[in-house]
Design a protein around this ligand. Structure first.
Ligand SMILES: [Zn+2]
Length: 248
């Protein structure tokens, strides 16, 4: 059966008015590019006409876009569910050090050797005299779910560039020096990195997206291991794709 289309006169008028108003707006823009200040009067008249046209057929003037909201890359925030420790030895006696979003200038990937952020948090609050909580800001599960484990502004020790470091700590679930990360997990990790680089409030750059092993002698995050398929290039290819950056 053929679908019935009702042509509403008002809808047609609105369509025509929209096309005309858009053409006028474009003309005004083109004008602005080639003509100096004396053309301002003519531009004003055209803008006024475009606005009047839209008003006649009940088209709203398009509102300017909202300032970019701080986008959230995580699927769930589990920070309230994780174990915490109020009695850490110095320098963590007051919890993780606090930094501003603007101060965040890097991202460090880790593997977590575990599939339970809850169990890992319980271990860390006892480890080495105690840590404030789970030392990963974001946790990426095997199936590619992104979990927020702490405030972005809480500087986790586990970045291993020292206390008061300025990196986001991202834990990829599993023993990724032995087991290859799933496609979904790599995609989600790339999504986190691209989000961090693009985030308007932070100062993370593609070349400050690194792995724990880039700072410290460790196999973490496992991407340089033959046993798990040397997966670093696969991750960075995805990150570059998401950022629209060519291979270097
Ligand atoms: Zn690590």
């Amino acid at each position: 059966m053929r679908a019935q289309v009702t042509l509403d006169a008002r809808v047609i008028k609105q369509g025509v008015a929209r096309i005309m108003a858009e053409a006028i707006d474009e003309l005004v823009e083109a004008y602005a590019a080639v003509l100096p200040a004396p053309a301002e009067g003519a531009r004003g008249v055209l803008r006024g006409f475009s606005a009047w046209l839209k008003q006649q057929v009940g088209l709203e003037e398009e509102a300017p876009p909202d300032p970019l909201p701080l986008p959230m890359v995580w699927d769930r925030d589990i920070s309230a569910e994780l174990a915490t420790n109020e009695r850490c030895p110095p320098p963590l006696q007051d919890g993780w050090w606090s930094r501003t979003l603007e101060q965040i200038d890097g991202l460090t990937f880790h593997h977590t050797l575990s599939h339970s952020p809850h169990a890992t948090a319980r271990n860390y609050v006892r480890k080495g005299g105690g840590r404030p909580s789970l030392p990963y800001t974001l946790w990426v599960t095997e199936t590619g779910e992104i979990l927020k484990c702490g405030a972005l502004t809480a500087g986790c020790w586990h970045d291993h560039t020292g206390h008061e470091n300025t990196h986001l700590s991202v834990g990829l679930a599993g023993s990724l020096h032995q087991v290859e990360p799933s496609e979904a997990q790599l995609d989600a990790a790339a999504k986190v990195a691209a989000w961090a680089v693009r985030h308007p409030g932070m100062n993370v750059a593609l070349d400050t997206v690194n792995g724990h092993g880039d700072y410290y002698s460790t196999v973490c995050p496992g991407w340089g291991s033959a046993a798990s398929g040397n997966w670093r290039p696969r991750l960075y290819r995805r990150i570059r794709q998401r950022l629209g950056v060519a291979e270097t």
